[in-house]
Design a protein around this ligand. Structure first.
Ligand SMILES: Cc1cc2nc3c(=O)[nH]c(=O)nc-3n(C[C@H](O)[C@H](O)[C@H](O)COP(=O)(O)OP(=O)(O)OC[C@H]3O[C@@H](n4cnc5c(N)ncnc54)[C@H](O)[C@@H]3O)c2cc1C
Length: 427
C-alpha cells in the first residue's frame, strides 16, 4: 500500500483521499486554505453558514448521490420546485418552460420555435462528437438562429467569458443545457436540489470519514513543490517540511501545475499552461426582502453588466433573502481588483433595477468571495488539449475541473474524478 500525498482539499481531493484510504493507502491531504472544501467551502454570512459560491444540485449528479449514500448522509438531499426568470431590457419575464417561451415577447415565432426545438433536442442528445470542434455561438446560430443568439445568449457569453466568448465549445454548453434541462419534475416544472445544511454537510462528512480512517488533512499548508527523482514522485514539499510519498494526486488548478512540478517535461507544462481560466468576484447578499420568486434570473439589459443573479433562498429555505451576484471575468480584467464595496454597490444597483421596491436599507449583510480560477475556458476542440491524468512521472496524477470536459465544473464530477484517481493508485 502506498503513502499518498493529495494536493487540495476541495471536493476532488477529499473524495480521492476517502477512496484511497478505503483501499488501504496512507493519505495526507495538503490544503493551502484555512478550511476544507475548496470552491464548495462555506462562509459565515452574518450568522448564516452558507456556500461562499452558490451550489445547487441537479438530478443528473449521480456521483454526489452515490457518495452521500456511502457516507451515511443520503437522507440530506432536498428537492424543490424552482423557476427561472429572464430580465430583458428593463422587464422581468418568466422563463424555463414551454409556456414561458411561447409568451415571451422578445422573439419572433420562428425564433421561439427554433430555440425551443434546439433546447429540447439538447436534453435528448448523448453523443457530443459532432459538437467538439464547433463553437457554442456557431451551434446556437446554426440551430436556433442569430435572433435567438442575440437576444438570449450573446450577453451571457460576453459577460462571462469576455474575449473568449466566441470560442467557447458547443459540447461544453450542451452539457450545461442538458444537466439543467433534465432536472425537472415534469415538462413544465424545473426541480433543483440542495444539500441540507449546504455543501458543508458533504465536506464535513468527507473530513470525518477521512480522519476516522487515519487520514490527515493539513489545512493552511500550501504545497510548494512536488518532488521527484529518477522519473518518479518522491515527496511533497511545504514551507514546514518535505514529506516522503510514493504517489501524488494533484487537484489544484492546472495553472499552478507547471510551477509546482518543475520536473515535468516542457510539453506537459505547456499543455497545462494552455488551459485558460476565468475568475469570479461573487457577491453574497442578505436582504430584508425577496427580489423575485425565481431561483435564477438571466439578464440581458444594457444597464446591468452581470449575466444573472441567483436568489438562493428560493431554493434552500433560510430565514432571510440570500442572493448571489457573480461577476465573472478574466483575472487580467481591470475590474477584478476592484474593492469589495464597489462590487456590493454595483450588485445593489442591479437588484434595484430588477426590483425597484428594494432600497439600500434592505441590505442586511454582504460578503465578497474571489477566485482567480473559477471556471476553465473550454474552447472548441478542448478535448484534444486535456493532458492524460497520469503524467509521465511515475506516481503522479494531475486533474482539475477542466479535466471532466465536456461536463462543466461541478461537485458531482469532481468527486467522480477523485474516486477515479484513487482507483488508479492500484494500477
Ligand atoms: C461561482 C461558482 C458556482 C458554482 N456552482 C456550482 C453548483 O451550483 N453546483 C455544483 O455542483 N458545482 C458548482 N460549482 C463548482 C464546484 O464548486 C467545483 O466543481 C468543485 O467544488 C471543485 O472541486 P475541486 O476539488 O475539483 O477543486 P477546488 O474546489 O478548486 O479545490 C482545489 C483545492 O486546491 C487548493 N490548492 C490550490 N493550490 C494549492 C497548493 N499549492 N497547495 C495546497 N492546496 C492548494 C485550493 O485551495 C482548493 O481548496 C461552482 C463553482 C463556483 C466558483
Amino acid at each position: 500500500m502506498a503513502t499518498v500525498g493529495i494536493v487540495g482539499a476541495g471536493a476532488m481531493g477529499l473524495a480521492a483521499a476517502y477512496h484511497a484510504l478505503k483501499a488501504g493507502h496512507r493519505v495526507t491531504v495538503y490544503e493551502a486554505g484555512s478550511v476544507p472544501g475548496g470552491m464548495a467551502a462555506h462562509a459565515d454570512l452574518d450568522g448564516l453558514s452558507i456556500e461562499r459560491f452558490y451550489h445547487f444540485v441537479c438530478k443528473a449528479d449521480a456521483s454526489t448521490f452515490e457518495l452521500m449514500q456511502e457516507l451515511g448522509i443520503g437522507d440530506r438531499m432536498r428537492w424543490r420546485d424552482t423557476s427561472m426568470g429572464y430580465f430583458v431590457d428593463g422587464r422581468l419575464y418568466r422563463w424555463g418552460d414551454p409556456l414561458a417561451l411561447l409568451s415571451f415577447p422578445k422573439l419572433s415565432w420562428a425564433a421561439k420555435f427554433r430555440y425551443g426545438w434546439q433546447m429540447f433536442r439538447a436534453t435528448k442528445r448523448s453523443d457530443w462528437s459532432d459538437l467538439e470542434n464547433v463553437t457554442a455561438k456557431d451551434w446556437i446560430e446554426r440551430e436556433a438562429g442569430s435572433e435567438a443568439y442575440e437576444v438570449l445568449w450573446r450577453r451571457l457569453f460576453d459577460l462571462k467569458f469576455f474575449e473568449f466568448a466566441d470560442h467557447v465549445s458547443a459540447a461544453w454548453i450542451w452539457t450545461r443545457i442538458k444537466r439543467i434541462g433534465t432536472s425537472r419534475r415534469s415538462l413544465m416544472q424545473e426541480q433543483l436540489g440542495y444539500i441540507d445544511g449546504g455543501s458543508q454537510t458533504l465536506v464535513e462528512a468527507l473530513v470525518t470519514a477521512i480522519e476516522s480512517r487515519g487520514g490527515t488533512i493539513r489545512l493552511g499548508t500550501r504545497v510548494e513543490e512536488v518532488v521527484t527523482s529518477d522519473g518518479r514522485v518522491t515527496g511533497v514539499r511545504t514551507d514546514a517540511s518535505t514529506d516522503p510519498v510514493d504517489a501524488v494526486i494533484s487537484t489544484m488548478p492546472t495553472p499552478y501545475v507547471a510551477r509546482l512540478i518543475p520536473s515535468l517535461p516542457d510539453d506537459w507544462k505547456a499543455a497545462y499552461d494552455r488551459i485558460d481560466n476565468i475568475g469570479v468576484v461573487c457577491v453574497l447578499l442578505k436582504l430584508a426582502r425577496s427580489v423575485s420568486p425565481h431561483f435564477w434570473i438571466n439578464i440581458n439589459d444594457p444597464a446591468i453588466d452581470i449575466p444573472g443573479i441567483i436568489e438562493f433562498s428560493n431554493l434552500r429555505p433560510v430565514d432571510e433573502t440570500v442572493v448571489y451576484v457573480p461577476f465573472y471575468m478574466p483575472q487580467t480584467h481591470i475590474k477584478f481588483g476592484g474593492s469589495d464595496s464597489s462590487f456590493v454597490a454595483e450588485s445593489m444597483a442591479a437588484i434595484r433595477r430588477l426590483n425597484p421596491t428594494i432600497g439600500d436599507g434592505d441590505l442586511k449583510a454582504s460578503l465578497v468571495g474571489r477566485l482567480r480560477h473559477a471556471q476553465p475556458v473550454c474552447q472548441a476542440g478542448f478535448a484534444g488539449r486535456i493532458p492524460p491524468i497520469q503524467t509521465p512521472i511515475q506516481g503522479l496524477q494531475v486533474a482539475d475541473t477542466a479535466f471532466y470536459y465536456p461536463e462543466d465544473r461541478g461537485i458531482s464530477e469532481s468527486v467522480r474524478y477523485g474516486a477515479l484517481m484513487a482507483a488508479n493508485l492500484a494500477a
